[in-house]
Design a binder for this molecule. Structure first.
Ligand SMILES: Cc1cc2nc3c(=O)[nH]c(=O)nc-3n(C[C@H](O)[C@H](O)[C@H](O)COP(=O)(O)OP(=O)(O)OC[C@H]3O[C@@H](n4cnc5c(N)ncnc54)[C@H](O)[C@@H]3O)c2cc1C
Length: 781
């Protein structure tokens, strides 16, 4: 069997080997990689730095893949020499390996501009997993980070460092950010978005020196100005890594020169990826590498025929909330070019299409990139757009750009990053029984790059995979285009702490009465109350501590824990009812007194005269003496009713409460997910325990789990039904000690941050109003 040696275990080399394996494998394959990691998705390093993905998430081929395909993987070995006559490669471990065919896939090296004293401690590049880990290790909240380079990579690095808490400045040599992909107007829209996110952008500045004694302390610019820095990242471009090509005596210009069959100047040496130059172009994006890999695989396996003719380039910035897409020619001054543009500065949207002979030659989108896929297809196919000129800037306003998978031809590209066509996806469903998105990713790599084609892949699966079940995830509202679980992920990974910040960066900057309270709740939950609370984002009821009625008046429910009150409290309630001419006084189903018909303007005085805290009948709060003490003032996804009973007649109806404690024969049954309102549901048994303390603890575990895991406005009975009581038990009372302690700790933290809503208002108060409030610690003590 012929020996194929691949140098470079990166994206292009391994993608090409995958293609080679599709042809009848007639090679004994050895792959050398000087990194110590299996093949991973380099483009997602930005997401690892930004905390959105873990290292495991970005692995493309694990060790089992190499093993399954009989590939000899030599990790951590750098090839330092090639003998094109003896046909051997030499590793830095001293090994000499013979090849029949050699594939060079050595990628690029970061370009380091000539900057004085650049080799200081604290200066980094951003190319591989080790660089990313080093950055993550060094980045700390409050550190001043300077990123040199305002291209795609520099901006992604900047956002990642900002998410890690650094105070970030991007210094760019040119006057326009991403000047290779954007025109000056597009660049200025992007710069203002970056500024809005809190990243300082300095343009037209040439960095000449790294300052500091041993460790970086700042950077100096041409002309003498400087700024302080604790950490510097150089992201000033890349240079094809041609060292081995040179050693092999291949024809080299900027990259290793290859022809349309991906052959170099040596008949048995091939090259693919960023290290090559084809028709004068060295590519720095993944899509061309996959196209090259397919052609090379055909050539090297003796199936020469297909040609690589060059690629149409498209770039997408992978910073959540900053939408930038650019493809094709950005120079609109070329002969015969026509420009169509749209700008909305207040929405931060800029679109520019360049046409030539009614065909698209370039596109720039900032602030709204939904139609990127459509434009890309028009660019690739060179569709005549004469008939569509009126709609060109707004082809379709739906989230996926109105793409109709059924209308696409089999050769159309679905996943631009990984170069996967519709035909390949259909083939995968037919031949390998792909039915889920995860299987599709595994089988074809579609949707594993930047992720922007995920909707389209799902659409296709729905159409062609009979058993495909779409996971329907709806957004909260139109202001913010993410489903709730994605939103939680964003808030956490991006460390956002205020509703306004979330809306500014990821939404329409304004918000509405639907998303603001939901975001407010999520932030409160996520940061255990230690967030920037914006009372105006809460529901009116939560703001005024009363329950708005259809006629615009309010219902006021003073707190009477477990229905136990005093003559003094009753007297005060009666006095208030008379003084403010309350329309109706009602005893509620949960042993409270409800004063109905209070005017909004009277509310502060009503509460002051009552001298009792709010019973929170209006909120998503809780009830029941000891339970109430523990959980009062904490927000929950929806209203939560609780009851504890010790008698067989179940007077407090604990078995139809969200959380119920039922005492029987010396033990407690803790039941959850019950309802006796619009929906009637008998609660499920969570656990049976012996002591009251154990029962309260089980209730607390469920309470916190529900707060953390249910959707906003999802009642416990829907939540328990959706996930199943078995799973709820596993995540709470039957969870590991560490998980349980985590739930308790976060509940404690939230409780410590919680305050009676009324205390936050600068209103008159009765001296006894808050004396009943006790902390969880106090209660637990
Ligand atoms: C942070 C980041 C974000 C990016 N984002 C995008 C994006 O959004 N979209 C996009 O299209 N592209 C993006 N890219 C670019 C994309 O990752 C590259 O185009 C692609 O990885 C190039 O593949 P390659 O195999 O040619 O090179 P690489 O993936 O770099 O692989 C080359 C491998 O060869 C190894 N090697 C080199 N010399 C030797 C030797 N002598 N011996 C042994 N091993 C050797 C290298 O260590 C490396 O592991 C991004 C790149 C980075 C760094």
């Amino acid at each position: 069997m012929q020996k194929l040696v691949v140098v470079g275990n990166g994206m292009a080399g391994v993608a090409c080997v995958e293609q080679i394996l599709r042809h009848s494998p007639k090679f004994q394959i050895t792959i050398f990689g000087d990194e110590t990691h299996v093949n991973y998705n380099r483009i997602l390093l930005s997401s690892v730095l930004a905390g959105e993905k873990s290292v495991d998430d970005i692995v493309l081929n694990g060790l089992d893949w190499y093993e399954k395909n009989g590939i000899d993987l030599r990790l951590g070995v750098r090839i330092v020499d090639v003998d094109p006559v003896a046909k051997t490669v030499t590793g830095d471990d001293g090994s000499v390996t013979v090849f029949d065919k050699l594939l060079l896939a050595t990628g690029s090296n970061p370009l380091i501009p000539s900057i004085e004293e650049v080799k200081k401690d604290g200066v980094f590049v951003f190319r591989n997993l080790d660089d990313t880990r080093a950055l993550l290790e060094r980045a700390r909240p409050g550190l001043k980070a300077v990123v040199i380079g305002g291209g795609l990579l520099g901006l992604e690095a900047a956002r990642g460092l900002q998410v890690q808490g650094c105070d970030v400045t991007v210094v760019h040599l040119m006057e326009t950010l991403m000047e290779r992909q954007l025109d000056p107007t597009g660049g200025s829209y992007l710069a203002s978005k970056m500024n809005q996110m809190g990243i300082t952008v300095l343009l037209g500045l040439s960095t000449t020196k790294v300052l500091g004694n041993g460790h970086v302390q700042g950077v100096e610019f041409k002309g003498g100005g400087n700024i302080p820095a604790d950490l510097v990242v150089i992201a000033a471009g890349i240079r094809p890594n041609v060292t081995l090509g040179e050693k092999a005596g291949l024809e080299i210009k900027r990259g290793i020169v290859v022809n349309d069959h991906m052959e170099t100047s040596h008949p048995d040496i091939f090259a693919v990826g960023e290290c090559v130059q084809h028709k004068g172009i060295c590519y720095g994006l993944v899509a061309p590498l996959f196209e090259q890999g397919k052609v090379l695989a055909a050539t090297i396996t003796g199936n020469k025929g297909a040609k690589y003719e060059g690629s149409v380039l498209a770039s997408k910035l992978k910073i959540m909330g900053v939408d930038v897409f650019s493809a094709g020619e950005i120079n609109d001054k070329l002969d015969g070019s026509e420009v169509i543009r749209y700008e909305d500065p207040s929405l931060g949207i800029y679109k520019k299409l360049t046409l030539k002979n009614n065909k698209l030659s370039g596109v720039i989108l900032v602030g709204e990139t939904n139609d990127g896929h459509n434009y890309m297809e028009w660019l690739r196919s060179q569709t005549d757009l004469s008939a569509m000129r009126r709609q060109l800037l707004f082809p379709d306003s739906s989230p996926d750009g109105g793409l109709d998978a059924a209308q696409m031809s089999d050769s159309e590209t679905v996943c631009g990053c990984m170069g996967v066509s519709k035909g390949t996806i259909i083939q995968a469903t037919h031949e390998t029984g792909v039915n889920t998105l995860a299987q599709l990713k595994e089988c074809t790599r579609a949707s594993t790059g930047c992720g922007s084609c995920t909707n389209l892949c799902q659409q296709l699966l729905k159409a062609v995979a009979p058993e495909f079940e779409e996971e329907v995830k709806t957004t909260i509202c139109k202001c913010i285009p993410f489903a709730e679980d994605k939103l939680r992920e964003i808030l956490k990974s991006q460390r956002l702490r205020s509703v306004q910040e979330v809306l500014e960066i990821y939404g329409n900057g304004i918000g509405c009465e639907v998303c603001k309270p939901a975001l407010s709740y999520m932030l409160d939950m996520l940061w255990c109350g230690d967030h920037d609370e914006d009372r105006s984002a809460r529901f009116i009821n939560d703001r005024v501590h009363a329950n708005i009625q259809k006629d615009g008046t309010f219902s006021v429910v003073p707190r009477i824990r477990g229905g136990v009150t005093s003559p003094d409290e009753l007297r005060r309630i009666a006095d208030v009812a008379e003084k403010y001419q309350v329309r109706m006084v009602k005893i509620t189903g949960s042993q409270r007194i409800d004063l109905l018909g209070v005017k909004k303007s009277d509310l502060p005085k009503v509460w002051a005269d009552l001298g009792m805290p709010s019973g929170q009948a209006y909120t998503k709060g809780v009830r029941g003496i000891e339970l109430e003490r523990r959980f009062e003032n904490l927000f929950t996804p929806h209203k939560l009713k609780m009851g504890a009973v010790g008698c067989p007649r179940n007077c407090a109806e604990a078995t139809v409460k969200d959380i119920g404690l039922v005492g029987q024969d010396g033990s407690w049954q803790v039941v959850v997910g019950g309802a006796a309102g619009k929906k009637v549901r008998k609660a499920d048994l969570l656990v049976t325990v012996e002591s009251t303390e154990q029962a309260l603890d089980a209730a607390a575990l469920f309470f916190q789990h529900y707060r953390e895991s249910a959707n906003y406005l999802e009642r416990t009975y829907d939540f328990v039904e959706r996930v199943g009581i078995e799973k709820v038990r596993k995540e709470t009372v039957y969870a590991t000690d560490a998980v349980k302690e985590g739930l308790r700790e976060r509940l404690r933290k939230s409780k410590a941050h919680s305050r009676d809503a009324w205390l936050e208002r600068d209103e008159p108060r009765h001296p006894t109003q808050f004396v009943q409030i006790r902390s969880l610690e106090e209660v637990l003590a």
